[in-house]
Write a protein that binds this ligand. Structure first.
Ligand code: COA
Length: 155
């Protein structure tokens, strides 16, 4: 049977078990369950999932501080990668950010994470700077990227 269209919705406590399994599959230094629980409980945090039929295909977390957004996490399950799910999710988040009155968004990424950097650059994120030895397992610098949000240049 054909899969239904992806739906993007706020993450709930019922999603956490699956999200943590995906996080372990997708990251070498995964966030623990407690980090996602904190996100669900925080006013400044806006966690979203992409659902296809009954499956969680991906997730992303946006932190909002005054007029700046911080995309702290975005990930797509391996079986759903290269199907434009991250594009949909990032588009949705940028629109949500614009509607929330944010003027810029920043994010951090491993310089070795070419797929993610290509994704961010395709949305107009520019390289802002590098934080030395920021990541662990393996230790790696962190590339900070930034996008101005004008509300008119969203995908
Ligand atoms: C990065 C990630 C979220 C992309 O998700 P995705 O749903 O596969 O991405 P999309 O299909 O929407 O692709 C969007 C763009 O990203 C880039 N991209 C995605 N995967 C890529 C790959 N394997 N190689 C090169 N570019 C890639 C391309 O520019 C692509 O656009 P295109 O299809 O027009 O070429 C996914 O690979 C992932 O979950 N990786 C592990 C977790 C992670 O590293 N998250 C980022 C943390 S900073």
């Amino acid at each position: 049977m054909a899969k239904s269209k992806p739906i993007i919705r706020p993450m709930t406590a019922d999603d956490l078990e699956t999200v943590v399994i995906l996080e372990k599959e997708l990251f070498s230094d995964p966030w623990p369950m407690s980090a996602f629980m904190d996100d669900l409980a925080s006013d400044y945090s806006h966690p979203f999932v992409v659902q296809i039929d009954k499956e969680i295909a991906g997730y992303a977390i946006l932190w909002i501080g005054v007029d700046e957004g911080h995309l702290t996490n975005i990930a797509v399950a391996k079986k759903y990668q290269r199907k434009s799910i991250a594009k949909r999710l990032l588009s949705y988040i940028l629109r949500f950010a614009a509607e929330s009155g944010l003027t810029q968004m920043i994010l951090e990424v491993r310089p070795s994470n070419t797929p993610a950097i290509f994704l961010y650059e395709s949305f107009g994120f520019a390289r802002l700077g590098v934080r030395k030895r920021y990541y662990k397992n393996p230790v790696e610098d962190c590339l900070v990227m930034k996008k101005e949000i004008t509300g008119v240049n969203l995908k």
